[in-house]
Ligand binder design. Structure first.
Ligand SMILES: [Cu+2]
Length: 142
């Protein structure tokens, strides 16, 4: 009888359990551009600031426990969008890594329209699960 009760209880316990998994930002976590918005017209060079809430920033390669609740920024610039969320992000002119935990960078893009998006990566440069990604914005450089 006792084991039967436990058997019935287990699925309920599992449904109620919403553990914070390693490398899993909570619902309220987000990354965003602090000083850029969609459609903004800017002049180069421009110092852009990366914001993060509900999750932390640590350098790439961090081995200690902080890696479960923090990552580092990546800036996607005119990225074609073919990102495999299960693989490390590439290093390219379309995907800039901020391995030291930087939260600002100086943009120097040619005139015209550009898309920008932030994507947080873990110690191995893989997106978290779920991915912590900003809105993709389009800016116009004059
Ligand atoms: Cu990276």
């Amino acid at each position: 009888m006792k084991s039967l009760k436990l058997f019935m209880l287990l699925p309920m316990l599992m449904l109620n359990a919403t553990p914070l998994l390693a490398h899993s930002p909570g619902e309220n976590a987000r990354v965003y551009f602090k000083n850029l918005k969609d459609g903004q017209i800017i002049h180069m060079p421009y110092k852009v600031e990366f914001g993060i809430e509900g999750y932390g920033i640590v350098p790439a390669g961090t081995k200690d426990k902080r890696r479960h609740t923090a990552g580092h920024h990546h800036l996607l610039v005119d990225h074609p969008g073919n990102i495999d969320m299960d693989e490390p992000l590439d290093h390219s002119k379309n995907c800039l890594h901020f391995d030291k935990g930087e939260t600002t960078t100086i943009l120097d893009l040619p005139p015209g329209e550009h898309t920008l998006q932030l994507l947080l990566g873990d110690e191995n440069h893989e997106p978290t699960d779920p991915p912590l990604m900003s809105k993709k914005i389009t800016i116009r450089v004059q």
